[in-house]
Design a protein around this ligand. Structure first.
Ligand code: MP5
Length: 205
């Protein structure tokens, strides 16, 4: 069995709490309170800023050129994503310098610290975070209202292009040698717990 399949199977208990999280379902059906969306924009913008630094470190760790191509190719879409957050913040008169929630700061610190643990842990973290977003937003894409302020975000993470990119990141995880798979399991589980806690902090389940 591929390592990515094993990771998903080992986390079957928590995965549905991400893909059917009230934050995601409420964003899709338009019932998400504006204050929750505002909290999320501030916290996730801070997270994505740290995420880009993490990605830079991961490119430096990548073991081959194909991996560097794949990861570096995501920097431009990530810039567009940051613009999306900043445009929404401006429209909603939000101060992006507001202190973000502690769970997001802890998650971002974990990401950056994981670079010192090396490629197997760090690439698994990237896969876990992106797969969680891809699966969660894809689950609501078909029913989401296109005229809501949430749509550009839902669209960003539920496109088939993004899912294909996440699959290619997964293929890098599947290349990890058996000796690294335990570290990969620990990292993936931790990401799942952080993702859940992040959304719980925005809109409690
Ligand atoms: C992502 C995100 C997806 N924006 N926020 C959290 C808490 N987890 C995962 O990462 P990206 O780089 O925005 O696609």
């Amino acid at each position: 069995m591929r390592l990515t399949d094993e990771l998903r199977r080992a986390n079957e208990d928590l995965w549905p709490s991400l893909t059917a999280h009230p934050f995601v379902t409420a964003a899709a059906d338009g019932t998400l309170p504006a204050e929750a969306f505002d909290r999320w924009i501030v916290s996730d913008h801070a997270f994505v800023v740290a995420f880009r630094r993490f990605l830079g470190g991961l490119i430096a760790l990548a073991p081959h050129e194909a991996a560097r191509d794949l990861l570096a190719g995501s920097l431009s879409p990530l810039q567009d994503e940051l613009h999306l957050f900043r445009r929404q913040a401006e429209l909603r008169d939000l101060d992006l310098e507001t202190e973000p929630a502690l769970v997001g700061l802890g998650y971002a610190a974990y990401l950056l610290a994981s670079l010192a643990d090396g490629w197997p842990t760090a690439i698994t973290i990237l896969y876990g975070a992106e797969k969680a977003y891809s699966d969660a937003w894809t689950a609501v894409r078909a029913t989401a209202a296109h005229d809501s302020p949430y749509w550009p975000f839902i669209d960003n993470w539920s496109s088939t292009d993004f899912a294909a990119w996440v699959d290619r990141v997964g293929a890098l995880v599947d290349e990890l040698p058996p000796a690294e798979q335990m570290a990969s399991h620990v990292a993936f589980r931790r990401v799942v717990r952080f993702e859940r806690a992040f959304w719980d902090g925005v809109l409690p389940a």
